[in-house]
Design a protein around this ligand. Structure first.
Ligand code: NZQ
Ligand code: ZN
Length: 386
């Protein structure tokens, strides 16, 4: 196993009715409550949060869009400075949480805040950030328990990730009952996003992280078990809680410790969202299987292990590995995903060349667990996804 450090200071407060604990968690200071397009007003989460914070001075900032924009987050940064806000509370899905992470990093940043994204600065000094907590309303990204964030720059149509150890939430309240108001499409997205997070950290090459593999497989199997059922009945607490916990565990840092990781499905997927506004998870369902096909020689041993252990497949390494990719696509279809780019846009013919150029211009020339995913491979992966 590779050497590793595990650092995750987020206090995860999980279960029914936990929003009531906010006064124990939020420091005594002026709070900016950040939210998205208004779902929290319809499902009672806003009412529960404001009731819990009745003794605090709370300023509200709404309108964070899915795939949150730099431009919108910067408006909140101004308010945080002007109003001397001491704590940020993200109430929403990954987009609201990611926007708050950006605000946290940008408020005291000395320089052009675009650099945080375009130069992918590592945010490591907590004293240079504004502390924040989250109330999660959409299990998917793991953002409630990790230190990463993905922000779209509207003016350049770029979707870029950044983060660092100073950007863990101080706490995250994960109440599985909040998923009852989610549209089926968002639950489907959440399952597929979390599933792909595991695959990015698992479908690499055989290594000595035996426990990490078993934990990863446990998350995959749980997502397969609960995914279709939680879409059908989000009011079932057993399903909802396992869905929420699986999404959290998929990207809280644990399963990537001491093992190689890939992440190129995400890198390409972010481009598809930036270009065509396709939901994040759906871009992963388009790209992932084709990345496994193009990088088959590199990944076939782990694909075979995955096929055997998750789907119970039997046969040679090649046979099981190939069949495992098909089973993955089947699962994505069960979860309501279309898996070809042309099912989302008719304007796809130049996409592979565009993304290849972008990666080259950013200096992203060797990617993936073996650093053998080149811009040419990226071209092949995207073209085979049309
Ligand atoms: O904006 P509101 O009105 O709240 O509605 C949202 C939004 O329209 C709605 N929603 C959320 N909770 C709800 C609800 N509707 C009804 N009931 C609820 N309880 O769902 C819509 C989508 O929300 P969004 O936050 O955009 O979804 P998600 O959590 O999937 O986040 C996606 C974003 O996270 C990034 C993605 O790239 C994308 O920008 N990611 C962040 C990661 C991270 N920070 O670690 C990792 C991921 O790989 C991902 O890249
Ligand atoms: Zn993701």
């Amino acid at each position: 196993m590779n050497n590793f450090e595990l650092y995750n200071p987020t206090r995860l407060v999980f279960g029914k009715g936990q929003i009531e604990k906010l006064p124990e968690l939020v420091p005594n200071t002026k709070v900016l409550l950040v939210y998205g397009g208004g779902s929290i007003f319809k499902n009672g989460v806003h009412a529960a949060v404001t009731a819990a914070l009745k003794d605090y001075e709370v300023v509200e900032f709404g309108g964070i869009e899915p795939n949150p924009h730099f431009e919108t987050a910067m408006k909140a940064v101004e308010i945080i400075r002007e109003q001397d806000i001491g704590f940020l509370l993200a109430v929403g899905g990954g987009s609201v949480i990611d926007a708050v992470k950006f605000m946290s990093a940008a408020v005291k940043f000395d320089g052009n805040p675009l650099d945080i994204l375009q130069k992918r600065l590592l945010i490591t000094d907590v004293s240079q950030t504004i502390p924040f907590g989250t109330v999660l309303t959409l299990p998917a990204t793991g953002s409630a328990m990790n230190s990463g964030s993905v922000i779209t720059i509207e003016s350049t149509q770029e979707k870029l990730s950044f983060g660092g150890q100073a950007l863990f939430p101080k706490f995250s309240i994960c109440d599985p009952t909040v998923i009852q108001s989610l549209p089926a499409r968002q639950i489907q997205n959440g399952i597929v996003d979390a599933y792909t997070h595991v695959l990015e950290q698992y479908l690499t090459y055989p290594h000595a992280g035996l426990l990490q593999d078993r934990i990863a497989e446990g998350i995959l199997s749980t997502l397969i078990e609960v995914g279709p059922r939680v879409v059908a009945d989000p009011s079932d607490y057993t399903l909802a809680s396992n869905y929420m916990w699986s999404c959290t565990m998929a990207l809280n840092g644990l399963i990537q410790k001491g093992v190689p990781t890939d992440w190129v499905t995400h890198m390409i997927g972010h481009e598809l969202t930036a270009l065509y506004n396709i939901d994040h998870a759906r871009t992963l369902a388009i790209i992932g299987p084709n990345l496994y096909r193009v990088m088959f020689e590199t990944k076939k041993e782990k694909l075979a292990q995955y096929g055997e252990r998750i789907f119970g497949l039997k046969g040679s390494v090649e046979e099981v590995a190939k069949e495992a990719i098909e089973k993955t696509v089947e699962f994505f279809h069960t979860m309501g995903m279309d898996t070809r780019l042309s099912q989302y846009t008719q304007d796809y013919s130049k996409t592979a060349a565009f993304i290849k150029d972008r990666f080259e211009n950013r200096g992203w020339r060797t990617m993936g667990e073996r650093q053998n995913i080149t811009p040419d491979k990226v071209f092949e992966i995207v073209e085979s996804s049309y």
